[in-house]
Unconditional design. Structure first.
Ligand code: HPA
Length: 235
């Protein structure tokens, strides 16, 4: 089985699909059953969960309990560099984590202490399949090599933080990927992360911080979700 974990806006796109629940030792997780895929809305179906309140361990354990082998994470982000400007999406290939969340399945509490390597965190095969899906759909530009910096949220960043993150090599900023990626890696699932940008990060546009219209965000989210479904249905 394959899965998608989606963020802001995915709940609106999926409303109407069948919602099921899986019980895990970390808590219950709702997911949409869609074309043979399990789709988790990480902020919950009513978008009520702040990034710091998401039950990340339950979500990833749910994927394991459902027998998921490959997962695509979809992340709404703010743009720090023009490698991924607002209105576009791309493949994340590395990340920085300033979230302060140090969740782990391998910290000696649930099982033996294990230090997990993060060098090959993202699965090249899924990335290649995704690129093929885009190519077949006639998408002209495939943006890859994106570096994501994770903040704790729910507040947005300050302009000084964004300048610092840019100097550290980040292209986009969001509040969830670092936490999710570490847990997925610990479980050894095939994982690909896609970011779609809905704003310039704090201080980078004239208004200070402004977002794409809801309609544009929804259109972008829908398009990306359908590319993800096509990609995973070939596996
Ligand atoms: N900062 C953090 N997370 C985000 C942003 C942002 O500017 N845009 C979308 N998610």
């Amino acid at each position: 089985m394959n899965a998608i974990i989606g963020g802001t806006g995915i709940d609106r796109i999926l409303s109407g699909s069948e919602l099921r629940t899986v019980k895990t030792k970390y808590g219950d997780v709702d997911y949409y059953a869609l074309d043979g895929l399990a789709v988790i809305a990480r902020h919950k179906a009513d978008h009520s969960l702040a990034p710091s309140r998401i039950n990340y361990k339950a979500n990833i354990q749910a994927l394991c309990d459902l027998g998921v082998e490959n997962v695509i994470g979809i992340y709404a982000v703010g743009s720090i560099t023009s490698r991924l400007s607002p209105g576009s999406f791309g493949i994340v290939e590395d990340f920085l984590d300033f979230s302060g969340r140090s969740l782990s399945f391998c910290d000696g509490v649930d099982g033996p202490l294990r230090h997990t390597g993060m060098v090959r965190c993202f699965d090249k095969r899924i990335m290649t399949d995704f690129a093929k899906t885009l190519y077949k759909a006639g998408e002209k530009e495939i943006r890859s090599g994106i570096v994501y910096v994770t903040t704790s949220g729910p507040r947005f960043e300050t302009p000084a933080e964004i300048r610092a993150f840019r100097n550290l090599g980040a292209d986009v900023v969001g509040m969830t990927l670092g936490t999710e990626a570490s847990l997925i890696r610990e479980k050894g699932l095939g994982y690909c992360a896609l970011a779609y940008s809905i704003n310039w990060a704090a201080g980078l546009d004239e208004e200070g911080l402004s977002f794409l219209e809801d309609e544009s965000v929804e259109r972008l989210g829908r398009k990306l979700l359908s590319f993800c479904i096509d990609t995973l249905s070939t596996r």
